[in-house]
Design a protein around this ligand. Structure first.
Ligand SMILES: Cc1cc2nc3c(=O)[nH]c(=O)nc-3n(C[C@H](O)[C@H](O)[C@H](O)COP(=O)(O)OP(=O)(O)OC[C@H]3O[C@@H](n4cnc5c(N)ncnc54)[C@H](O)[C@@H]3O)c2cc1C
Length: 312
């Protein structure tokens, strides 16, 4: 059992209390606007402070949870026992040399695209309206249509906190797959990445960004509280199709609802709890399995405590 008071005293002794907060409401850090309080929460100033904080947490056996901008995660109503490290809005420097771009993991994809469009560099248009960070996009191998972050990342810079080492991995040292990446390292935080883009006229790039947005607006509930797609697409058919055809479109639990626009999105209509969303996810899984005999795999990452159980 975590002795929060003891940990807090040690945080103060190590002069980390300016960056680490106590009892932070995770509702403010998830796009679904759900989740209880995290025992400890921080947005580190830079990679050296991040290293210090992660090593401190390990020393006190605090479970560590890394998040980006919280746009593809579920956090339980009972909150998170341990330390949440948020990378969005920090580690967000963008540097250029020739056609290579080095961007911090905390930079929002929308900001990165604006920046690269100004430099007349193309290749990231698909990501302009994905609300996450570059780090989150790498972990999830974010994609839209036929384009994915995997196509343009050629180096990843990370901190391996199990071994206390900063590392740089070249393309041949990692393997992207559908909604994921294999790095061969267990406990790490992505700090930055190098991306290969190509020169193109600004108007052409902007045209493509707008086209992508139009497509997204037509098919997704872009103005609602969601966390993107809840399930991965099985090989047989897209998850949205299976959910819709099994009759679960529009289904509700509390204030959580399967989107009537795109059935692979769950909307928080205002006051949905994490528990409502979880129950709805389980209902969808049951209905699709009964109808098609297909077990849906969750794309959403679960962070923290499930109701009445231990840590995930
Ligand atoms: C409206 C909407 C539209 C979306 N559209 C798309 C889409 O078109 N395509 C798509 O692929 N996704 C989409 N998403 C999902 C989501 O935005 C992306 O997957 C995004 O890349 C997640 O980034 P994030 O920073 O929010 O990560 P989070 O949700 O905070 O975290 C996701 C995972 O990455 C890990 N992680 C995050 N940052 C780091 C880091 N620096 N180091 C180590 N681990 C890290 C977390 O531990 C977690 O496991 C959408 C979401 C919403 C809400």
């Amino acid at each position: 059992m975590l002795d929060k008071e003891l940990v807090w005293r040690e945080i103060k002794n190590c002069n980390l209390e300016k960056e680490i907060k106590r009892d932070e409401a995770m509702k403010g850090h998830t796009s679904w606007k759900i989740g209880g309080k995290a025992d400890f929460f921080c947005i580190p100033y830079n990679k050296y402070r991040l290293k210090e904080i992660l090593l401190f947490a390990q020393n006190y056996q605090l479970p560590i949870y890394i998040i980006g901008n919280g746009t593809n995660i579920w956090v339980g109503d009972e909150g998170i026992r341990g330390l949440v490290v948020k990378i969005a809005h920090t580690l967000d420097k963008i540097e250029y040399s020739d056609k290579i771009i080095k961007a911090g993991a905390g930079v929002l994809l929308s900001t990165l695209v604006k920046n690269t469009v100004d430099k007349e560099l193309a290749g990231l248009e698909f990501a302009a309206h994905i609300p996450g960070t570059l780090g989150g996009a790498i972990i999830n191998n974010a994609s839209f249509g036929t384009e994915a972050i995997a196509d343009i990342v050629h180096k990843i810079i990370l901190f391996d906190f199990k071994n206390g080492q900063f590392k740089e991995l070249n393309k041949e040292q990692f393997l992207f797959h559908y909604r994921g990446i294999e790095l061969g390292i267990q406990d790490f935080v992505v700090l930055a990445a190098e991306l290969s883009l190509f020169p193109q006229e600004k108007e052409k790039i902007l045209f493509k960004v707008k086209q992508y947005y139009r497509k997204r607006k037509e098919s997704q509930p872009v103005n609602s509280l969601t966390a993107g797609c809840v399930f991965k697409n099985p090989k047989e058919k897209p998850a949205g199709y299976l959910i819709e055809k099994s009759g679960a479109k529009g289904l509700m639990v509390g204030d959580a609802q399967v989107s009537t626009k795109h059935a692979n999105f769950i909307i928080n209509r205002g006051s949905a709890t994490a528990n409502d969303i979880l129950k709805l996810i389980e209902k969808i899984e049951n209905i699709v399995e009964k109808t098609f005999g297909i077990k849906l795999e969750r794309e959403i990452k679960f962070v923290g405590q499930l109701p009445g159980s231990g840590t995930l």
